[in-house]
Design a protein around this ligand. Structure first.
Ligand SMILES: [Zn+2]
Length: 292
């Protein structure tokens, strides 16, 4: 039986390779799988760099990609409801990993009290969760490709060490700071992150809403807060406009910085080889400035 092993650069074909094939929905899990497998697997991110994950629509080619994979990794939660539907039609030899099953979950903030109890879906912004995900993904990779077991194990160990170090660095950054609240002039997908480190925050929206215009009352509150407390940094979220942050910063000394929530990366970042780790390290730098 001939199996074509071609590079992944031809975007129009879905080719079954003889390498281990891993398909992920979103960037964080793509990045983890790459760290573990190096050049020994074909890792594909279904939602391509630059695309908006909250209203992603699947093409027949995407379904084929999942069907041809050895391992399929998705997040779970509200934005991934489409996944559950297509999984019914996928053959059983694809190992399916839903990261929600391995996460410590927290409920999303529900200020309007109209959504009921739903878990916040941004589970990957917690490094404790990420360590669990990496262990789980690594275990399944080894199950599917025992020949490279030692290689995967050593990559996993090294990566977990880096995640631990980053986690410790965040803890000591918070501990050694004035612990000023993070001001986020944007949507707020960082509930897991701030809860993990006990960081206070002021944000324009309570969660990851599709709304773009906060109320005048909220804007005024953020402007006053920033000026009165001499806030050093006002954040906006990656893949989002900084126009609200600019408004909030006016007539204050605050700088505008991006906080990488890593729903996705841009195609520019993808070309530059950005990783979950490299962008979270930038978050650490920015946070140190922001907490005072
Ligand atoms: Zn979101």
């Amino acid at each position: 039986m001939a199996i074509a092993a071609l590079c992944s650069c031809g975007d129009d074909t879905v080719v079954k390779t003889d390498k281990l094939s891993i398909v992920t929905t979103i960037f964080p899990y793509y990045s983890f799988a790459k760290e573990i497998t190096g050049d020994k697997a074909e890792v594909t991110q279904l939602i391509s760099p630059g695309a908006e994950i909250h209203d992603f629509e699947l093409t027949p080619k995407d379904i084929l990609r999942i069907q041809n994979a050895d391992i399929f990794i998705y997040n779970g939660g509200e934005s991934d409801e489409w996944v559950e539907d297509i999984l019914k039609s996928i053959s059983s030899d694809v190992k399916i990993l839903c990261m929600f099953d391995y996460a410590d979950l927290i409920y999303e903030e529900d200020i309007d009290h109209n959504k009921g109890d739903e878990y916040d879906e941004h589970i990957w912004t917690s490094l404790s969760n990420d360590k669990k995900f990496v262990k789980t993904i690594s275990g399944e990779i080894i199950n599917k490709d025992k020949n490279n077991k030692e290689y995967y194990q050593s990559n996993t160990k090294a990566y977990l060490n880096r995640l631990n170090k980053l986690d410790e660095d965040f803890k000591s950054a918070v501990k050694n700071s004035a612990n000023m609240p993070m001001v986020v002039a944007d949507r707020f997908p960082l509930l897991y992150f701030v809860k993990e480190y006990g960081i206070k925050y002021e944000s324009a929206f309570p969660g990851c809403t599709s709304e773009t215009q906060p109320s005048i009352k909220t804007v005024t509150k953020l402007i006053d807060y920033t000026r009165n407390n001499n806030v050093p940094v006002v954040f906006h979220i990656d893949n989002s406009s900084d126009s609200l942050a600019k408004t909030i910063c006016e007539d204050s000394n605050a700088k505008i910085k991006t906080f990488y929530s890593l729903h996705n990366i841009t195609s520019e970042q993808s070309k530059q080889g950005a990783t979950f780790m490299s962008l979270f390290e930038q978050n650490l730098k920015s946070l140190k400035e922001a907490l005072g």
